[in-house]
Write a protein that binds this ligand. Structure first.
Ligand code: SF4
Length: 380
């Protein structure tokens, strides 16, 4: 079966389950094939996006049992950025040669918290989405390229954000409804309903917006549910062609959450799913966050990944604050040692430039090379 995949065939879901079961005994052949498919489709280049993380507002209407990003009003970690905060941070980011302005918010905080409504009103807006449109304009005016991840945006909100954002993001997490059941991590997070998330990805597809999505691995799912989730993303991409990358994120327990005692997934399980994603979606960009596997991230090159995601020289990973980003020079050295070439990309992959607003493409082309990767001083 694996030999046939090298010739360009993709496995059926049942075949993928069987490949997983065989890999539980010995994953060597699976890794060999996933590496080969990565090299055939992506060459020896591994990318990352030099970013600044704008934690615009971390109040959230929902509650996921693994989330430490979400804050309650009055907590030390609460973040509610003003327009001036955005300008100041954007200026610092520009000096540090960041290209991506990552805007992250909780899910529609104004629907639950008066504090969020007041904060929006003080800044001149009635919804978080309205503020995101303005925040993206500020970032763009300061030479950064926005990528927004604000949960389940409506189609109209995404249409407006497409004017300033080169791509958008929403994690599927998993396509299993079981994970929204009693006692499961998404029980109190209606926005994480797989149907709702898939609808957002489909709406983005209709709008021709390059989308980042991904799966959270190790939150109580079965391997079959993860494989089904990869196929759910594949189906969207086959219909709309707008899934620019899949992030495979290994769950890490947070001390202040209900899942604080749940273990992170075994590395071999995580790596096997990464390799399966590569054989199911051989041409798709597959990313793991290097800060969540600080001792072993470069070994995932041998499971078929081709991207490290956004890495910030100036802001922390507010979703995983206990995991600092590795230094870009260290990632560069690890890639070289493994026979790869690290390159900086924009928050939209080169092959998706055709979907992006032409004004934004023109701006990117000022610092892009002939392959639409970041060039010159911005590439360092
Ligand atoms: S993961 Fe997102 S939706 Fe869930 S609680 Fe955290 S901020 Fe809210």
């Amino acid at each position: 079966m694996l030999n046939r995949l090298v010739d360009g065939r993709t496995p059926s879901k049942d075949e993928a389950y069987n490949i997983y079961r065989d890999a539980e005994i010995d994953p060597t052949e699976l890794y060999q094939v996933s590496q080969l498919l990565r090299t055939n489709n992506k060459g020896k280049i591994v990318t990352y996006s030099r970013k600044v993380f704008f934690n615009l507002v971390n109040l959230c209407r929902d509650t996921c049992s693994y989330c430490t990003y979400k804050s309650e009003p009055g907590q030390d970690k609460v973040s509610m950025l003003s327009k001036n905060d955005i300008i100041v941070l954007a200026e610092v980011a520009k000096k540090q040669h960041c290209t991506e302005a990552l805007f992250v918010t909780g899910e529609r905080p104004e629907q639950k918290y008066q504090e969020a409504k007041t904060w929006l009103k003080e800044n001149g807006f009635s919804s978080t989405a309205e503020y995101l449109i303005k925040a993206s304009e500020i970032a763009l005016d300061n030479g950064l390229f926005p990528h927004t991840n604000a949960g389940n945006l409506t189609k109209e909100e995404m249409r407006q954000l497409k004017e300033t954002n080169v791509s958008l993001g929403v994690m599927l997490e998993n396509s299993s409804e079981r994970l929204s059941g009693n006692g499961m991590p998404h029980q109190f997070a209606p926005s994480k309903s797989p149907k709702a998330r898939i609808k957002v990805l489909q709406n983005a597809g209709e709008l021709k917006i390059p989308m980042t999505t991904g799966l959270l691995i190790g939150i109580g799912e079965s391997p079959q549910e993860l494989i089904d989730s990869i196929y759910a993303i594949k189906e969207i991409h086959e219909k709309y062609g707008n899934i620019q990358e899949i992030i495979l994120q290994n769950f890490q327990p947070k001390i202040d959450t209900p899942m604080k005692s749940s273990p992170s997934p075994q590395e071999r399980y995580f790596k096997t799913l990464v390799a399966l994603a590569r054989i199911i979606l051989p041409k798709t960009n597959i990313q793991i966050p290097p800060n969540l596997s600080p001792e072993s991230y470069s070994s995932f090159l041998s499971a078929g990944i081709n991207d490290w995601g956004g890495i910030s020289p100036i802001t922390q990973d507010f979703v995983n604050p206990e995991f600092p980003w590795p230094k870009i020079q260290d990632i560069d050295a690890s890639c070289s040692d493994a026979g790869f070439h690290l390159r900086a990309r924009f928050p939209v992959y080169p092959e998706f430039f055709h979907m992006v607003n032409q004004d934004l493409v023109s701006k990117m082309s000022e610092i892009a090379d002939s392959e639409n990767l970041v060039s010159g001083e911005y590439a360092r």
